[in-house]
Design a protein around this ligand. Sequence first.
Ligand code: ADP
Ligand code: MG
Length: 254
Amino acid sequence: MDDARYLSVAGVHVNFGGLVALSDLSFDMRRGQIKGLIGPNGAGKSTLFNVIAGLLRPARGGVTFRGQAIEGLPPHRRIGLGMARTFQNLQIFKDLSVLENVMVGCHSRFGSGILAAVLRTRSQRQEEERIRAIAMQRLEQLGLQHKATARASELSFGEAKILEIARALAADPTLLLLDEPVAGVPHAEVRHVMEVIREINRSGVGILLVEHNMGFVMNLCDDIVVLNYGRKIADGSAQSVRHDPQVLQAYLGE
Ligand code: ADP
Ligand code: MG
């Protein structure tokens, strides 16, 4: 397998009616790196995540992951290959405990579904215990174990965003897609989320990071792709992107 093209987006085109959301977009991501994906609102970042995760079929172009064309694979099969994601808008189960929220993520890895919890045969109970232990490990890794039994609704917003990351990690991915992990997170908690993402990356997980907060992206990412109106306008190191005239123009014009 080609480590330089761990994830490869090639010629992806998406339109919604007359609106072109992604236009002939191509870029590669190396194994284990943190790659940033930035651009003004409406640039097509979340749309690209939906294409990569299998929620949206591009009109043209495709995605390869670990050397395999994943076109046509449903989202759960992509999770099985080692890809997991979070959503721009928080998607946690507020009435479940923090631990249970992460256990849901383990289910998407093992595919045992909610039936297991209802039928509760002996082997299924053992399976549930195993999943509980894995979920707890993930909470410990992200420093949220002390909140395991709390209801998800009791978390601060920053903690809830970390919970969502923990749930994605429960699927044991090698590539994590994070859609705006600090959007709406109070300043005081942003640094903590950054540390959490660094720690995940140190454990060997590659990260594709969409974020509106420029400082956050510049700080974390090895290199950065910039989108504007569905087109790639820059792709390179944080340093080179920061001074790119087209990038400055796109952000100033916002
Ligand atoms: P970003 O995440 O960069 O802010 P999006 O990918 O959400 O941008 O959106 C890109 C463009 O596509 C926007 O103009 C948005 O309004 C449009 N769009 C996104 N999803 C849909 C949809 N399901 N139907 C119609 N238009 C959409
Ligand atoms: Mg978005």
